[in-house]
Design a binder for this molecule. Structure first.
Ligand code: C2O
Ligand code: CU
Ligand code: CU
Length: 479
């Protein structure tokens, strides 16, 4: 009989970590169906961290071809209770796509679901026709093809569904994956880059489960307003997994893959780490931090130095509600060393003084509808027409009573200010998603280059998926 063992965390966050759980219950015997439908809580840190396999493509006539299938399957989040899930080429989540700057890629996604689907390449700089937005949706049984030339800096981007009104539920069921772009500049740096050894993709997502271990996506009024808030936290699809690592610098490519929650990551014992990359690029220099906030869709790559920590155990924690998420066991001798350089890359920055105009985006909520500039998403309306190669300031104002963030397709931006104050260095890499708190005004600098299309739009939206699905999204063309 599994006893719930909750005592690994420090008492400070124990209450948060246990929200929704009742330690005295024994659901196996009692058939407990408490309000959260909490099924058997697995023993903590007994499941090996799943590391998604890498797909490097197949060369065909000079193009690198990737085949993905969006499909239904089952996943045992709780032993003996297979849950209905969705995944790419598998049961939950998907393989890590790995490409290099300069590659001509063809990505084919077969829709083996029973509903509409399209896969969006979040963070990719690409033509609108390849974006995988709601206009590229395919029916069940059909194949989506996206083709472009990888033309952006090394970054950890990702992919996920984007069919109008179905994004939140399909992501929730498991459709999401990493997409890593390499380039010579990043390769030249002495960073941990042995995938699955000292370089791990880590996606964190929160979910609710029914008593029989099924994913529960019943939205309360709270969920509809604030975005879905789960009470179990998945790390690469597993609840409280562990990983054995070498006593050296270890890199985690953190992705907030949640529908609605913003996380604040830290190590439980306060161990500092270096932030080396944001959403769409490396930072110019590593930044030493002890906490990193990521809102849905944002990425942050961190390196933690475990060189002198042999036989130690660290816990990656979410300070907000998740508690201790996964256990890092420094159980192996280093088989190589790395030293994060004091400077990483020089970003080709834009100048604010070059901006030709300021484009306002005002987030509001009225009569239960989420609006941007007073309107909700209409597939037939192009909300903004953006001239190619012109520098613009986009000014995002949160005039609602809840958190949002802002994600822009097609490219990256630089964050200038939040409420008039220059943002911290941690937000100073190239980004595609930015947090916009209550009453905040965030100014970003952007230039859309290389691809124009007078009719096919890109999207901008709040990446709280329940907000996006209910209309907090708009469309822009680049002409
Ligand atoms: Cu990750 Cu339009 O989204
Ligand atoms: Cu996107
Ligand atoms: Cu929102």
């Amino acid at each position: 009989m599994k006893r719930r063992t909750f005592l690994r965390g420090t008492t400070a966050t124990l209450g948060l970590a246990l929200a929704g759980c009742k330690p005295s219950d024994d659901p196996i015997d009692s058939g407990d169906t408490s309000e959260t439908g909490d099924p058997i809580v697995p023993s903590e840190f007994q499941t090996p961290l799943p590391v998604p396999g890498e797909l490097t493509g197949t060369l065909d006539n000079g193009r690198l071809v990737f085949e993905l299938t969006a499909q239904a399957g089952t996943t045992e989040f709780f032993a003996g209770k297979p849950a209905a899930t969705k995944g790419y080429n598998g049961n939950f989540l998907g393989p890590t796509l790995r490409v290099r700057r300069g590659d001509d890629v063809t990505l084919r996604v077969t829709n083996n679901l029973t509903e509409r689907h399209v896969t969006h390449w979040h963070g990719a700089h690409l033509p609108a026709a390849a974006d995988g937005g709601p206009h590229q949706v395919v029916n069940a049984g059909e194949v989506q093809t996206s083709e472009w030339t990888i033309n952006q800096l090394a970054a950890t981007i990702w992919y996920h569904p984007h069919a109008m009104g179905l994004t939140a539920s399909q992501v929730y069921d498991g459709l999401a994956g990493f997409f890593i772009i390499d380039d010579d500049d990043a390769d030249a740096l002495d960073l941990p880059k042995r995938y699955g050894i000292d370089d791990f993709p880590i996606v964190v997502q929160d979910r609710r489960f029914t008593a029989d271990g099924q994913l529960d996506y019943t939205l309360s009024m709270m969920d509809e307003h604030h975005g879905f808030q789960g009470d179990h936290f998945l790390v690469n699809g597993a609840i409280k997994p562990f990983v054995d690592v070498e006593a050296k610098q270890i890199r985690f490519r953190l992705l907030n893959g949640a529908n609605g929650r913003t996380y604040v990551f830290s190590f439980a014992d306060g161990t500092a780490f270096q932030l080396i990359a944001g959403d769409s690029s490396l930072l110019e220099a590593p930044l030493t931090m002890t906490q990193l906030q990521l809102s849905p869709g944002e990425r942050g790559e961190i390196v933690v130095d475990l060189t002198d920590r042999k036989d130690d155990v660290l816990l990656l924690r979410d300070e907000t509600a998740g508690g201790d998420l996964f256990e890092i066991r420094v159980s192996k001798e280093a088989t190589a060393t790395t030293t994060v350089p004091a400077s990483l890359i020089t970003l080709p920055r834009l100048l604010e003084s070059e901006a030709q105009r300021t484009r306002p985006f005002i987030f509001s909520m009225m009569a239960g509808n989420f609006l941007i500039n007073g309107v909700s998403m209409d597939m037939n309306v192009i909300n903004e027409v953006v001239p190619v190669d012109e520098v613009e300031i986009w000014e995002i104002t949160n005039a609602s009573a809840m958190l949002h963030n802002f994600h822009m397709h097609a490219g990256h931006f630089e964050v200038l200010t939040r409420n008039g104050i220059a943002v911290g260095d941690w937000e100073r890499g190239f980004k595609d998603t930015v947090f916009v708190g209550v009453s905040e005004k965030v100014r970003i600098l952007v230039k859309h280059s290389d691809y124009t299309d007078a009719t096919l739009p890109y999207m901008y939206h709040c990446h709280i998926l329940e907000h996006e699905d209910t209309g907090m999204m708009g469309q822009f063309t680049v002409v």
